[in-house]
Design a protein around this ligand. Structure first.
Ligand code: BEZ
Length: 201
């Protein structure tokens, strides 16, 4: 399998953590690509029409995207506890993943607005709107983290990627200040081998 990736992307991080949790990482060749919403990477465009990472080429040549699809595919190789449970908890798990993915969409959009858009075109109201989503979403994680126990399913994997990305790109947001339970959870989980090995760079 081949994974088009960039370590800065939190969506790529989801996949790289999932690959380690499913003990399939050593079967994946990683191809690093530079991505930008304004410069189309032709190598990536040739395999993913959306020109986005992560994209995973399976051994039969199919190219899968996006992170949720790739992670569920990798879970198929998992011989341990499933990241995507099939029982009635599945919808709670998918909901938590969607919450985390939504926070990440807002955070990455904010990052692009600040780092890519020329300053004269920057739209403060739009930046503020993204921050509302990030903060509201993190508040929900703070309320729900006490129910997670020792589980590390796709919802928790996504939450870890959210918190890692906030530390990486928005340290001034100091998300821990108002969210002590989430901070304690993340302090524990960031040392887990799959999480520690995939820290953004
Ligand atoms: C970033 O540099 O923050 C980034 C890179 C790729 C995808 C998403 C975010």
């Amino acid at each position: 399998m081949r994974l088009w990736h960039n370590r800065a992307s939190p969506f790529v991080r989801k996949v790289r953590i999932a690959a380690r949790e499913a003990v399939v990482a050593e079967r994946i060749e990683e191809i690093e690509v530079m991505v930008s919403p304004v410069n189309v990477n032709s190598e990536l465009a040739a395999c993913n029409p959306l020109v986005k990472i992560p994209a995973l080429q399976t051994d039969d040549g199919t190219v899968l995207y996006d992170s949720a699809v790739i992670c569920e595919y990798l879970d198929g190789f998992n011989t341990g506890a499933r990241m995507f449970p099939a029982d009635q908890r599945r919808w709670q798990v998918l909901r938590l993943q969607a919450l985390g993915d939504g926070i990440l969409d807002a955070a990455v959009s904010r990052r692009y607005e600040l780092a890519v858009r020329p300053p004269e075109y920057r739209w403060q109201g739009w930046l503020d709107g993204q921050m509302v989503k990030i903060r509201n979403g993190a508040d929900v994680l703070e309320r729900e983290v006490q129910d997670w126990g020792e589980r590390f399913e796709i919802g928790q994997i996504t939450a870890a990627c959210v918190l890692g990305y906030l530390d990486f790109r928005f340290p001034e947001e100091a998300w821990r200040q108002l969210r002590p339970r989430l901070a304690a959870w993340y302090e524990r989980i960031r040392h887990r081998p799959s999480v520690a090995a995939t820290a953004p760079a």
